[in-house]
Design a protein around this ligand. Structure first.
Ligand SMILES: [Zn+2]
Length: 435
């Protein structure tokens, strides 16, 4: 069986760049002609599509952000004037999951939708999903762009069970009953299911699940979370990355699992310094900026994703030449200042998992007088001494993040559980500017 879904995955870099350069010219011209938002933006910056000839010319174009989409949608509901096709050409609308601000719609034409599903098939194929697999899809279907990704598994020929985000007992039942070999869930849900299974004496590693695709949260990029999920499930974890504004997934790990190959025929990757907007070198951390190269319903050109990543351009040992994202380490807008130190909330998860393995926790930041006070509430796993857990977490957090926190061990089952995206970081202070 061909290890690749598509010949594009193994093209020499110069061929990929030639293609991208041609598509970039098309995308800028297309957006200028058909999207009032881009035409107004470029006119205001004195830019004409003919200014963009090579890939390097992309730096002449202004960056746009989620805030631009939000404002556009608010001013011109429901789809905004960034949308470049008449409403009758839109066949599907996803919406952001609302992890920040108000949800924003993301429209697709028939062609966009077809190409998206083909990309999902390609990503699944690269992770080793095959027609003899039984795939249980555990992502929410309600407006969430992760929902239709199930069609990618189905198109490649896997038996696809559309379970969605349901009650944990039902989900575990579906995995067992259908003898699922692969599933896609969020990292939080993977851990929560393992806890439910343990409490009910349900042996997770006796299930047939060999592959778990994870997306929607940075969990799969945190090595300790990943190891924990793999050991609890006795399965391999594959990190997936996508965003409602473009595709449910547009990058995923191949079976070598050393970074997420990007669908570079559909998006152009830049990684920039979030403060200056200048490109950073491969391997350096920065903000992921994406440009759609084929999208018709709503092109996005130089879209700041807010996600922090690094990338690798060398050919992967799987033979693919596509750029690899080396995990997502956090979101720009999630970085908060605590006691004067810039901290990503995902750092707490990494430390808790390293220290205690799986257990539910919650971080609460408050202002007491003129000082920040941080409390980490944690449910101690079975067989762990509460005093030990408290001391070890306080020490690790001080060592790694440079801040002191008060760890409070609470009885098991006290803290809220989640089936979708976890809210384990609660900031009760007034909003603090990130500088
Ligand atoms: Zn690879």
């Amino acid at each position: 069986m061909n290890p690749y879904w598509d010949a594009f995955e193994v093209l020499p870099r110069r061929e990929i760049e030639k293609y991208q350069s041609r598509q970039l010219r098309w995308a800028v011209e297309y957006a200028y002609r058909n999207s009032r938002f881009f035409r107004d933006l470029y006119k205001a910056h004195g830019i004409h599509p003919s200014d963009v000839i090579s890939l390097a010319d992309i730096e002449k174009l202004p960056l746009i952000s989620k805030e631009d989409i939000r404002r556009d949608v608010e001013a011109h509901p429901p789809l905004g004037v960034m949308t470049a096709v008449p409403p009758e050409e839109v066949v599907y609308v996803a919406s952001s999951s609302g992890s920040t601000g108000i949800p924003t719609p993301s429209p697709f034409t028939r062609e966009d939708f077809e190409e998206w599903i083909d990309v999902e098939s390609r990503l699944f194929w690269s992770s080793g999903l095959r027609p003899n697999d039984v795939y249980v899809h555990g992502l929410n279907f309600a407006l969430f762009v992760g929902g239709p990704c199930v069609l990618g598994a189905q198109r490649l020929g896997a038996t696809s069970i559309w379970v969605g985000a349901v009650d944990s007992s039902r989900f575990l039942f579906a995995l067992q009953f259908f003898k699922a070999t692969a599933t896609w869930i969020t990292p939080s849900y993977a851990l929560y299911l393992s806890e439910v299974a343990e409490e009910r004496g349900f042996p997770l590693n006796e299930l047939n699940v060999k592959k778990i695709f994870l997306a929607g949260e940075p969990g799969a990029s945190i090595p300790s979370v990943r190891r924990l999920i793999e050991s609890r499930w006795g399965a391999e974890v594959y990190d997936y990355y996508g965003l409602s504004d473009i595709f449910g997934a547009l990058a995923a790990e191949c079976t070598e699992r050393c970074g997420l190959h990007v669908a570079e025929d559909h998006v152009l990757v830049e990684v920039v310094d979030p403060h200056t907007g200048e490109s950073v070198a491969p391997g350096e951390e920065g903000e992921l900026v994406l440009t759609t190269l084929r999208k018709r319903a709503r092109p996005l050109i130089r879209f700041r994703t807010g996600d922090i990543t690094r990338y690798e351009v060398e050919r992967c040992s799987c033979g693919r030449t596509l750029i690899r994202l080396l995990g997502i380490s956090g979101r720009i807008d999630e970085a908060v200042k605590i006691k004067g130190v810039l901290v990503y909330p995902s750092s707490f998860e990494s430390i808790v998992r390293d220290s205690l393995g799986y257990c539910e926790f919650r971080v609460v930041v408050q202002r007491v007088g003129f000082k920040d006070s941080v409390t980490l509430e944690v449910e101690c796993p079975h067989g762990t001494d509460a005093e030990y857990a408290k001391r070890s977490l306080e020490n690790l957090i001080r060592a790694r993040l440079g801040i002191s926190v008060n760890v409070k061990v609470v009885p098991r089952g006290t803290l809220p559980r989640t089936v979708h995206k976890a809210k384990r970081f609660i900031d009760l202070r007034k909003k603090v500017e990130v500088s």
